[in-house]
Write a protein that binds this ligand. Structure first.
Ligand code: ADP
Length: 293
């Protein structure tokens, strides 16, 4: 068992001391490199296995909002979400400590069960779209200020923010920004204004795991109450979700006709997040969608 640096060793030790109240013997640990900038370890001590993540950059409040998002989802009791032990700042770095998910053998009905559970999560509704705190999507801030109208929320708090950021950073041209403006006028007639649904908010296959019973567990949420079709659309962006999943979802909470045609519209949001985070590689797709609509 070797920690990469003495500094990281002290950091993990301090987190364990703060949260367990003593200096436990570290029986095992493993580094994880899942996301784009966070570092994470699995730490095994006598009390159990913990997953601790921290970031190198300056993302104030990121783990607080992730912890709160995890708790919002966990409180529904609909599906497995790791229990948050704590979050805080130690040695000038923010961290998040949670239960380590140990995957069991994936059950045969995994995807069917997942589809049903996601639909049940989406049936958790609210008066308005948004959330009572803001969070992050990747490394970007995501504003969840409440709004009554879901399509207006999607335009104001999602598309406009990302398009504005991209224009400011010169990642898109003023002409493309203008095309977004024209789309906003059309959007209310293109996508259904459904009830606010509790969303995971960053549902791609990298955040989908298996719990110890062999059923779905979700990590790394950016949750809010929003348009559920936006969440379903995002699951198709990088793939990995099979037809059984969508069928099972549809049986519990039927998807409105014409969803397939609307997918690109919803995916403008994650695409623009990717443009802002990783640059122009995703711009072609954005241009095509704007041209089409
Ligand atoms: P990032 O915020 O950097 O994207 P994630 O929270 O997605 O990091 O975690 C990175 C990877 O670590 C995930 O893809 C998953 O494989 C694994 N992971 C995340 N949370 C847990 C957990 N509680 N228990 C076990 N593995 C986890």
């Amino acid at each position: 068992m070797t920690f990469q640096t003495q500094e990281q060793y002290q950091f993990i030790e301090s987190i364990l001391f703060e949260n367990l109240g003593h200096h436990p013997e570290v029986l095992d640990f493993q580094f994880f490199y899942g996301g784009n900038f966070n570092l994470a370890v699995k730490v095994k001590v006598a009390e159990g296995n913990y997953f601790i993540k921290w970031n190198q950059g300056d993302h104030e409040g990121m783990f607080e909002s992730e912890a709160r998002s995890l708790r919002v989802l966990r409180e529904t009791g609909v599906l497995s979400i790791p229990e948050v032990i704590n979050y805080g700042k130690i040695l000038d770095k923010e961290y998040l400590m949670m239960e380590f998910l140990t995957a069991g053998f994936q059950q045969e009905n995994y995807w069917q069960d997942f589809g049903q559970k996601l639909a049940k999560l989406h049936l958790h509704t609210n008066q308005n779209h948004g959330l009572d705190f803001n969070n992050y999507v990747g490394a970007l801030r995501q504003s969840n200020e409440w709004m009554e109208n879901g399509v207006a929320f999607f335009i104001e708090k999602r598309l406009k923010v990302q398009a504005g950021l991209a224009l400011y950073d010169r990642k898109i041209s003023p002409e493309l920004y203008e095309k977004f403006q024209r789309l906003y006028e059309k959007l209310p007639s293109l996508i259904p204004n459904e009830k606010p649904a509790l969303l995971h908010g960053d549902l791609w296959s990298g955040n989908v795991m298996t719990d110890n019973e062999g059923l779905v567990a979700l990590v790394d949420p950016a949750c809010y109450y929003g348009l559920r079709e936006a969440e379903l659309a995002f699951t198709t962006m990088f793939g990995g979700f099979n037809t059984v999943f969508y069928e099972a979802y549809h049986e519990v909470y039927p998807i409105e006709n014409g969803f397939g045609d609307r997918i690109p519209l919803y995916n403008l949001y994650p695409l623009m997040v990717h443009v802002n985070l990783f640059g122009g590689g995703y711009l072609d797709a954005v241009e095509k969608i704007l041209k089409k609509f």
